[in-house]
Design a protein around this ligand. Structure first.
Ligand code: NAD
Ligand code: NA
Length: 396
């Protein structure tokens, strides 16, 4: 079929298999253009099909020759209906990994469930014995806690007494408008922490450890975000930030649990990037479009693969892992650079419908958004008939 983007708000209902494949190949080529990293050898990536998780899987495999197991929750294709992008990304990744002689298997299902944890444990036990790196990179709006059966829905709201108001942009139209978000109540805060906090990460590590699947010195990493003052009320000091506080606190708990193995849990604070998860957060797209402009002009812009390659090469697999005062790894250092932030803050004050096309990188934002779904990727012939029924070779 001929596949075109069908955009509805901040999602796209279609995905292009060839475009997704090209994106994966580009990421692999980037990693291979860098010095190999003496990194992990057997890796489990939870949330492996898009964004930072996919980049972590690619960096492990093609930067350190690691065997990888990927867990994700993606929609398979049906005749006349495309799969979700993470499905096509994973198919392309596995094909490339197998071609390179690397072990790669995938599990598609709800990572929050006991069933998928059990399935993953059985696969690792049978095929790899143990893993030495576990990347936790889930982004989800809801989670059913397998112990209680309760389904929690997350919200993106400020915390406190005051309604948050600031600028935001519809990145399709370039229209800048004022958004107002009323504060969350206690229940909404708790639910968001239950979804995006560290509870599930801890369950995964507990289960893997109990099954004897964590190697001596095993490391686990989850991803967090901090960001600037303009997004603080709705992000870091809002409900999602409360969940990130919980995630960061969980790293210390997990590290304690891994101490007998000389293992360690880290949180890495990453840069703001266009992903399916971040497009849905109010205010963030406007911030990102200004940030991209400034970082590209300074020559310090990075995408997910550049970020994660740097995480492995300059942070995780350095002799000593450099940490901030709160014990976190920082690869948002170039985003949070004082000069970058001053410039973004000045642009923020000026941003209107009229000025944004000049002062912001709306084009870059849109392109990255389309790229997430395999569209607008250089070298792909979108006029050509493609088979939507792509299989993931190593799907368990
Ligand atoms: P993403 O949407 O690109 O990736 C989410 C992944 O989780 C996908 O592989 C998806 O299949 C998987 N997933 C979602 N629900 C699942 C479920 N129930 N079971 C199994 N798999 C499931 O998101 P991302 O932006 O790469 O986010 C990953 C992490 O990085 C998040 O913790 C996020 O907060 C963090 N982070 C993101 C940014 C950013 O700007 N995008 C910045 C810093 C940190
Ligand atoms: Na991810």
């Amino acid at each position: 079929m001929i596949i075109e983007p069908k955009i509805r708000g901040f999602i796209c209902l279609t995905a292009h298999p060839k475009g997704c494949e090209q994106n994966v190949v580009n990421q692999i080529d980037y990693v291979k253009s860098k010095e190999p990293v003496k990194g992990p050898s057997k890796v489990l990536v939870i949330g492996a099909s898009t964004g930072f998780g996919l980049a972590s899987r690619i960096t492990s495999a093609f930067g350190s020759n690691a065997a990888t197991v990927g867990v994700f929750y993606e929609k398979p294709p049906a005749p006349g209906k495309t799969a979700s992008p993470g499905w096509y990304n994973s198919a392309a990744f596995e094909e490339q990994a197998h071609k390179a002689g690397l072990y790669a298997r995938s599990i598609n299902g709800d990572a929050f469930s006991d069933e998928i944890k059990q399935k993953t444990i059985e696969l690792i036990k049978a095929d790899l014995g143990q893993v030495d790196l576990v990347i936790y990179s889930l982004a989800s709006p809801r989670r059913t806690n397998p112990k209680t059966g309760v389904t929690h829905n997350s919200v993106l709201k400020p915390i406190g007494d005051t309604t948050f108001s600031n600028k935001t942009v519809d990145f399709h139209t370039g229209k800048v408008s004022e958004v107002s978000i009323a504060p969350a109540n206690e229940e909404e805060i708790e639910n968001t922490v239950a979804v995006m906090g560290g509870d599930d990460w801890e369950m995964w590590i507990d289960d893997l450890k109990a099954a004897g699947l964590l190697a001596e010195g095993a490391v686990t990493v989850a991803y967090s975000y901090i960001g600037p003052s303009v997004t603080e009320a709705v992000y870091r000091k809002g409900t999602i930030g409360r969940a990130k506080d919980h995630l960061e606190a969980t790293a210390f708990k997990i590290s304690d649990n891994l101490s007998d193995l000389h293992g360690k849990a880290y949180v890495s604070v990453n840069k703001a990037l266009v992903t399916q998860a971040s497009s849905a957060i109010p205010v963030i797209p406007l911030y990102i479009s200004l940030l991209y402009k400034v970082m590209k002009e300074k020559g310090v812009h990075e995408g997910t693969i550049e970020q994660i390659q740097r995480l492995f090469a300059d942070r995780l697999y350095k002799n000593e892992v450099p940490l901030d005062e709160a014990g976190r790894i920082r690869i948002d250092d170039w985003e949070m650079d004082e000069d970058v932030q001053e410039k973004v803050a000045a642009l923020w004050a000026e941003a209107t419908d009229e000025t944004l096309p000049q002062i912001g990188d709306l084009q870059g934002y849109k392109k990255d958004f389309l790229n997430l779904f395999g569209f607008d990727v250089q070298g792909v012939d979108y006029e050509k008939d493609v088979d939507e029924m792509v299989a993931i070779p190593g799907l368990v």
